[in-house]
Write a new protein. Structure first.
Length: 377
């Protein structure tokens, strides 16, 4: 299978540091079967051993070194692609999968006849009943829209069950937080085009994410993870998935300047999240009364937000900070926090915590209420 190895080389790189993970058939939180893979040959061997029987997952991103697989220093990782997952939720498929997994957990060959029947039924749903069509159609539509904006289609793969994957490649780039940037992008795309099957959870932990290795057979259906194009019909894709033939893969065909777009999102989102995470730290406020701001301890509130004050005047019952509003330089510190709110002697902004939410975040009353409601839950 030299073809497959060269496919992996083109897809994952000449040398890389990823895990190949084969989750066990029974659910156990802390037990994972995984191997370090560093080249296409390694990967090929593990896929070959497990394909059709077990999951075949590998990290989306290269960790840069063997040591970094443990340390997970994101600065050393190579962020050179974005991965999107389209997945249909289908109650009938779910039940069959559970039944199959239940049998499998007692041994690969346990209840063999019953297993075969379930696999057959699963295949019928996927191939004849076209359970995966919605995901495939949405992935194709995404590919078209993506090309319109960024110039190239993403590489599309059918997952071998009820979903599909899209990868786009770019120059290895540093991000402050690629998870945030990708999540924002995916959410935006999902909202704009109303994609029902785009799975957002995939982007929330993009860095640690593993995805199905191309050309392995799905452990439950026996169907292979195969590439497809926007011109392939559903029947074409199913045919190819049953009888996969390894295609040549050229990363350049799927490379764009998407990273530049992602970097812009990254800057905004990582800044927003810093502020948000400060606000989310408990206890932000002591919520004694839903309506009255008089009962809010403003010094505690600003401490949770800005840290320890620059100067404290216990006798006078106020503290001073450098002004958090960035529209003026504040060496002094000029931002006074007293029992009922704040006042900046530099820029003149003043008010209580409610006004602060408005001025600092640009939120309206509705957004503040919503935020505070969530905090109280
Ligand atoms: Zn100020």
């Amino acid at each position: 299978m030299r073809g497959l190895q060269s496919f992996y080389r083109a897809f994952y790189g000449h040398r890389f540091y990823r895990h190949f993970r084969r989750p066990p058939d029974y659910s156990h939180k802390h037990f994972q079967i995984q191997y370090t893979v560093t080249c296409s040959k390694n990967l090929y061997v593990h896929v070959h051993r497990n394909s059709g029987h077990h999951h075949c997952f590998t990290h989306v991103y290269d960790y840069g070194s063997r040591a970094n697989l443990k340390i997970r220093n994101t600065k050393k990782m190579l962020f050179d692609r974005a991965f999107f997952d389209f997945d249909v939720s289908h109650p009938e498929v779910k039940i069959i999968k559970e039944q199959l997994l239940n049998l499998r957990s007692q041994g690969l060959g346990h209840g063999k006849v019953q297993q075969e029947k379930l696999v057959e039924e699963l295949n019928r749903l996927i191939i004849k009943e076209k359970v995966s069509k919605e995901a495939i159609d949405e992935a194709k539509d995404f590919a078209i829209k993506f090309k319109e904006t960024f110039g190239q289609y993403p590489a599309l793969f059918f997952s071998g069950c009820k979903g599909c994957h899209a990868y786009t490649f770019f120059r290895a780039t540093n991000f402050k937080d690629i998870n945030l940037a990708l999540s924002w992008f995916a959410q935006h795309v999902k909202d704009t085009y109303n994609y029902q099957t785009l799975d957002l959870s995939v982007n929330k932990d993009a860095m640690a994410r593993l995805s199905r290795v191309p050309y392995n057979k799905h452990q439950l259906t026996g169907l292979s993870v195969v590439p497809f194009t926007i011109d392939d019909s559903y029947a074409d894709i199913m045919r190819s998935s049953r009888n996969p033939r390894v295609h040549d893969f050229q990363r350049e065909d799927y490379s764009t300047n998407f990273h530049e777009h992602l970097q812009k999102i990254d800057l905004v989102e990582s800044h927003n999240s810093q502020i948000k995470s400060k606000l989310m730290k408990k206890p932000v406020l002591t919520w004694k009364d839903k309506k009255s701001s008089k009962l809010i301890d403003h010094q505690e509130f600003f401490k949770s937000l800005l840290g320890m004050p620059e100067r404290e005047y216990p006798a006078k019952k106020y503290v001073m900070y450098h002004c958090p509003f960035k529209d003026h330089e504040d060496k002094k510190p000029s931002f006074m926090v007293h029992a009922k709110g704040y006042k900046c002697y530099g820029c003149g902004k003043k008010g209580n915590y409610w006004q602060f939410f408005k001025d600092f975040h640009g939120w309206n009353n509705e957004m503040i209420r919503e935020f505070l409601m969530k905090k109280r839950e």
